[in-house]
Write a protein that binds this ligand. Sequence first.
Ligand code: G3P
Length: 217
Amino acid sequence: MKIFIDSGNLQDIQRLVPLGIIDGITTNPTLLAKESGDYKEILKKICQIVQGPTSAEVTETDAQAMIRQGRDLSKIDPWIVVKVPLTRDGIQACKALSSEGVKVNVTLCFSPAQALLAAKVGATYISPFVGRLDDVSTPGMELIRDIVQIYENYSFKTEVLVASTRNPMHIVEAARLGADICTCPPAVIDALFNHPLTSIGLEKFLKDWEKAQAVKA
Ligand code: G3P
């Protein structure tokens, strides 16, 4: 399963990419609004660091305006993926942009029916938000199970990009269900490494080794 960082922060991205586990980046207007500087410059730098798919979201809501803005975003770097919301206008824009060869990530997906529409218009990625569903007492991972099943039934090429992840179990469950990608905030990626028994075990190994070296010295 591919792992993307859900962030527009260059420091976080520069810290995590050298780990060798990062396959791409997702941003959204809320994440980019937190960063100072020109957003196109930031996106260009992100693409240079990660050398992988980097989602940049349109802020227009009318189909023709989204298409124009999407073409403009795609010119920033070959790694740019244009993100559009799952609205009627977003689906129309996805159809137009994907038919021009622009990679499109359809975001703000909350139902299997919505995901079906995105696949039918050639979306490269679909972004179902599991955390925001959990927030309203609706099991987000059930949406992932349904979308993976539907996409397999019809051999859709659209990749399932699990978004709004909040903890390592979202990533584990997504992997179990066969999702293609998880995008995660930096803190969730850091937590993936953690297990208390790993720390305890390593500490004992090193202590035992030092003790033995001291005896032999
Ligand atoms: O990029 C979209 C998504 O990941 C947002 O996550 O935590 O704001 O629900 P969150």
